[in-house]
Design a protein around this ligand. Sequence first.
Ligand SMILES: Cc1cc2nc3c(=O)[nH]c(=O)nc-3n(C[C@H](O)[C@H](O)[C@H](O)COP(=O)(O)OP(=O)(O)OC[C@H]3O[C@@H](n4cnc5c(N)ncnc54)[C@H](O)[C@@H]3O)c2cc1C
Length: 211
Amino acid sequence: MSLSEVDDEGVTLTDGTRIATNTVVWSAGVVPSPLMASLGLPTQRGRVEVGPDLAVRGAPHVWALGDAAAVPDLAVAGRGAGAGRRPFTPPTAQHAQRQGPVAAANVTASLGIGAGRTYRHRDLGLVADLGGWDAVARPLGVPLTGPVAKAVARGYHLLALPSLSARVRVATNWLYASVLPTRVARLDLVRRGDALIARAQGIEDAGGPPA
Ligand SMILES: Cc1cc2nc3c(=O)[nH]c(=O)nc-3n(C[C@H](O)[C@H](O)[C@H](O)COP(=O)(O)OP(=O)(O)OC[C@H]3O[C@@H](n4cnc5c(N)ncnc54)[C@H](O)[C@@H]3O)c2cc1C
């Protein structure tokens, strides 16, 4: 069941049920691109099925990774996946990014350069920055909340940035944001035509006077 309509006084579900409310909280899920299901390749919940080497089953010289692929989670399998845990890596940037070098190594190995690899990750925990001084973290299985979790979450995010200059810029921005009032953006200065997706894609000349 999903929402078919939201208005000022409530929501309507797809079966016609009406729920009166003034508050609607929306959260986005992640679904694989519908392209995957149309390729004629084996899929798991819309993701192309691959082996631990990211090679698509039954399709020589084809690899898949990231959100598009159902990659066996060897770390979970090692702990006994049966207990309600899905044996595939979840669709997150953490996995997509780490699967990239593995896929690249296996493509080059198939061309006779270097050795092939399997994708295996070590789960060091999770961090989630919730805004303000709120955060949750579970580094190495230790549950944390509040400012301590915030420090861990921000420390991890800084480490994940790809260069020193990016880290300095982001850290400086956080420092400013902690002592200065919130910045205000004037969106009405953007010309209405420039804000169209069609304009960004270059398929329509959407010029016009400022809104
Ligand atoms: C709202 C939201 C919040 C998220 N938050 C987090 C988070 O906090 N932490 C985290 O780890 N992950 C998060 N994720 C998940 C993360 O964004 C994805 O797991 C990650 O981006 C997957 O990377 P990918 O390279 O597999 O796919 P993508 O990043 O989706 O890249 C696929 C690319 O292929 C392009 N493409 C699609 N179809 C075609 C086509 N037919 N031809 C050419 N190009 C095409 C797309 O435009 C896109 O650029 C979030 C996702 C969402 C939606």
